[in-house]
Design a protein around this ligand. Structure first.
Ligand code: MTE
Length: 321
């Protein structure tokens, strides 16, 4: 997203890999026992790994939240898990599916810092069970101009924030993702500032659509999609949805965010999907749904205006992009 303009993106990157890659058979191979210390990993079958793990990915218990779900058809698991942005594992769309098996998702802790009554640390299995998991079928719009529909599993971030007991000084929450160049080889490059950080204003974070996400298609998240825990913010461009989170920091001032640090004139703090405000290098009026060839019109707030527009009333969305 930093370097390539849509015109530079070869059609091989737009077409789902399933349509043109036959040499590589992807297998979802996580061996996870939730509640126990275990490892969730997702490995391409032909990786140079000593053994081919055959176990199925861990299933999660959930109920569908239809009220917060789109009725549009979700993209396939293969599309969702082989066309990714996760620069810790490379900058090509196919890199995360090839390389993210290096991520160790157990043991994993998520800590709470800053303007809270008491700093705390949660074990990932404790965090997963903090509230009942829901399946939410959300639209996803990437700032690069492609989109997908994904059936995520998680619960509203507000459930977690209430447990964190932020003080009245907490005006924003920053989410900090894992920094470990041994597990994340992309961090040995200077392509972005590491760790990947993102953030929200507190009222955005408390919005019911903001999802703390642990799973996809009924199972734990594939590593390349941000295991073991990530954000999903369907009314914002995809880059706001940080993957593999290890820390939430409650702060008084607007926190720095990775893409804004990298290219401030191109990526702002809010990053709301807005077809009326072009990216300086390309239009945001239309998008291509992965798996389709026609372009669709991009909707204000990615189609969630009815739910979220009031968060921004009175704000100049051209200045606050
Ligand atoms: N989180 C981390 N830690 N590193 C990243 O490079 N990329 C972002 C976001 N979260 C990114 C990240 C971008 S640009 C997008 S579009 C989404 O993750 C992609 O999520 P997906 O691969 O599950 O579709």
């Amino acid at each position: 997203m930093l370097i390539k303009k849509p015109a530079d993106i070869p059609s091989s990157e737009i077409t789902p890999q399933s349509a043109y890659v036959s040499r590589r058979k992807f297998m979802v191979t996580a061996a996870v026992a939730l509640g126990a210390a275990a490892v969730a990993c997702n490995k391409a079958a032909e990786m140079a790994s000593p053994q081919k793990a055959e176990a199925a990915a861990a299933k999660l218990q959930f109920t569908r939240n239809s009220a917060l779900s789109t009725s549009e058809k979700p993209n396939s698991l293969k599309e969702i898990s082989t066309y990714n942005n996760f620069y810790e594992y490379g900058t090509d769309k196919s890199d995360p599916a090839e390389n993210a098996w290096k991520l160790r998702t157990r043991p994993w802790t998520v800590s709470i810092e800053g303007e809270v009554k008491k700093p705390k640390t949660y074990d990932i299995d404790q965090l997963t069970k903090l509230a009942p998991l829901e399946e939410r079928i959300y639209r996803h719009r990437c700032v690069e101009g492609w989109s997908m529909v994904m059936p995520w599993l998680g619960y509203s971030l507000s459930n977690f924030i209430k447990q964190c007991e932020p003080t009245s000084k907490a005006k924003y929450v920053q989410f900090v993702t894992l920094q470990d160049p041994e597990q994340m080889p992309g961090q040995k490059t200077g392509v972005l500032d590491w760790p990947y950080v993102e953030g929200l204003r507190m009222d955005e974070a408390m919005h019911p659509l903001a999802l703390l996400c642990f799973g996809l298609y009924g199972e734990v998240l594939p590593n390349q999609n941000g295991a073991p825990v990530r954000m999903i913010l369907p009314w914002k461009y995809g880059f706001k949805s940080g993957k593999s989170i290890v820390k939430f920091r409650f702060v008084e001032k607007q926190p720095p965010t990775t893409w804004n640090i990298s290219a401030p004139s191109e990526y702002g703090f809010y990053s709301n999907v807005n077809p009326a405000v072009d990216h300086p290098r390309w239009s945001q009026k239309t998008e291509r749904r992965i798996g389709e060839f026609r372009r669709r019109d991009t909707l204000m707030f990615n189609g969630y205006a009815g739910q979220v527009a009031s968060l921004y009333s009175g704000m100049d969305l051209r200045a606050n992009y």
